[in-house]
Design a protein around this ligand. Sequence first.
Ligand SMILES: [Zn+2]
Ligand SMILES: [Zn+2]
Length: 230
Amino acid sequence: MLSTSHTVRGPFSRSTRSNGAAIPARRKRRAAEGSRLNRRKRQELKYWKRRATGVCVDGRCANKPEVGHTRCGKHLRQMSQCVTKRRNERMAQGLCIVCGERPKFWGHRCIICHQPCSKNPLPYRARRALRLYREAESLYDADWIQAKARLAVRKLLASGEINGNAAKALRLYAGLDSGKWWTYSEVGELMHISKEWVRRLLEPSKIALGSILGDNVPWRTECRTQRVGR
Ligand SMILES: [Zn+2]
Ligand SMILES: [Zn+2]
């Protein structure tokens, strides 16, 4: 009687069945996956056995591991060199240094690998770029509104509707000569009058300009940032 150890494999045992029919690709793939899993389990078991016996866990190394590590000095250096090489390769290819699959996003990691190691979902550089963009956009809007308002002030003064001290205050306030919008206090200092008197002088001009420009007036926009006029 033959034992199981004496079982002889046929010539088609790997890729074909005993009757000569081909083994389906799905079955072969499942067998390969099973073998890979078994190999991994064996490696894990070997790792924990070597760790329990107090030797370096790398291969068949018989050296003692470094304090606080599971590998000896030689294998720690090898591992470090390997990790550095892989990191440099991924950086050169523009890939995430953690997964090596997705492109990097405003740093060395992809947006997915960035999440677990940071409180903020967006990297610092991306947040900084967004902030600078918003600041530039608001500055551009403010400049555009001021330029449009100055044009309206020039037209108002040219029409002759505003005269005397009111015209002088408006000219200073809009910065037609200096290029800068002044506050009530600054205009008052230049004209040697109080801040409240400046406000009264400018009130009719501001009403007229408001009817021309609508909401796009610099004193309302700048109230939020520079508080011009108050
Ligand atoms: Zn070792
Ligand atoms: Zn990644």
